[in-house]
Design a protein around this ligand. Structure first.
Ligand SMILES: NC(=O)c1ccc[n+]([C@@H]2O[C@H](COP(=O)([O-])OP(=O)(O)OC[C@H]3O[C@@H](n4cnc5c(N)ncnc54)[C@H](OP(=O)(O)O)[C@@H]3O)[C@@H](O)[C@H]2O)c1
Length: 337
């Protein structure tokens, strides 16, 4: 009976493929659960040493609150000193409400500054003798159609003006700022902390807060998407070079908050960034929800998370039916040409 069933399967290629897919899926689920139980047994939640780079506002700040509440050792990092002091106080209050003491550090630092990152690593070494979880939320936004960054209005009627030296220089300056914030920062952080993590944690983990824009192109996001994409690819390749570290990549859509105020690509003479999409504070994902998803993914050593989950289908659809996704992106960013 069994042999006739097996013979039947081998004679039906689609059944064999389905059985293969099922076997691979079940083994993946088993391996993920195994990794998860290993991490919590090796790094108990109230012993976890967590470094959050980019914690003075937004998702990084919310993550700091949540890790402090569950008793972790938390080091918050950012460039704005006054906001850093506030986060430290908030985290200390949450930590002590849970009965924990002396678990919060605040260090001012710029991720792209080599000396700042070395000073930070020394401080973490002195305080905790090592690190288990590195969370990188730092990043800068860029929001304009590229030609407008160079001072050219493509929607103006009449003969088209050409890019001049001043406009191109302005666009180069914007690109340098975006590369520095979204690629050089993560690059310096990786080199500074990967050997430190692997030599001091029984179960090291790195989470990169990327963006769905890193894998699905969008108008008005040329600089932002290409620089976020560069850091995502950098960390994906690093995850192959360092299999002992659990790398997690989070790719969210628009999130509520003031991220757009950090835009590095205002057109020449523009006083403030022009926002093309619907108000992020009305339509964006809630910071709390994104932070919860980040923590669950780190705890379970999940690799690549789209949030909302249907963006994964958008990513696949771009390769199957690019014109449809391009049309959707034009609608979302209110981009007409
Ligand atoms: N908001 C969205 O719609 C959205 C959507 C998808 C993905 N994301 C990604 O999510 C991440 C966080 O976004 P958010 O909404 O939480 O923005 P946010 O409120 O602006 O937070 C960014 C944080 O990064 C810090 N930071 C920026 N550059 C830094 C640097 N060079 N060194 C150290 N810290 C730096 C900022 O602090 P200081 O200025 O004090 O240094 C701030 O604490 C970003 O990487 C972004 O690309 C955002």
């Amino acid at each position: 009976m069994l042999s006739s069933m097996l013979t039947g399967v081998s004679q039906t290629p689609s059944l064999s493929i389905a059985a293969g897919i099922l076997a691979v899926s079940l083994s993946t689920i088993y391996l993920l659960q195994f990794q998860w139980s290993c991490r919590t047994s090796k790094v108990p939640l109230a012993q976890e040493r967590v470094l959050i780079l980019g914690a003075t506002s937004g998702v990084g700040r919310t993550l700091a609150h949540k890790y402090a509440s569950r008793g972790a050792f938390v080091c918050v990092v950012g460039r704005r000193t006054a906001m850093l002091d506030e986060v430290v106080q908030e985290c200390e209050a949450l930590s002590s409400q849970g009965g924990f003491k002396d678990r919060i550090l605040g260090i001012r630092g710029d991720c792209s500054d080599v000396q700042d990152m070395l000073t930070l690593r020394d401080a973490v070494q002195d305080a905790w003798s090592g690190l288990d979880t590195l969370i990188l939320t730092a990043g800068v936004s860029a929001l304009q159609p590229l030609m407008s960054v160079a001072g050219i209005d493509m929607s103006a009627p009449g003969p088209r003006s050409q890019a001049n030296a001043e406009g191109i220089q302005h666009a180069v300056k914007a690109a340098n700022a975006a590369v520095n914030g979204n690629f050089i920062g993560p690059y310096v952080v990786a080199i500074t902390f990967i050997p430190f993590l692997t030599s001091t944690s029984p179960s090291p983990s790195i989470m990169l807060l990327s963006s769905v824009a890193a894998v699905i192109p969008a108008p008005t996001r040329t600089l932002y998407a290409s620089t976020k994409s560069a850091s995502l690819l950098l960390y994906q390749a690093l995850s192959i070079e360092h299999p002992s570290i659990a790398f997690t990549f989070i790719l969210p859509g628009t999130i509520e908050g003031d991220f757009r105020a950090s835009a590095v690509d205002n057109p020449p003479g523009a006083p403030a960034p022009k926002i093309h999409e619907a108000d992020p504070n009305k339509h964006g994902l809630k910071r709390e929800a994104v932070a919860d998803r980040c923590m669950r993914a780190i705890d379970k050593a999940e690799k690549m998370i789209f949030t909302p989950g249907y963006f994964r289908a958008g990513h696949i659809s771009y390769w199957v039916w690019p014109t449809f996704i391009e049309w959707r992106a034009r609608v979302k960013y209110n981009f007409k040409h």
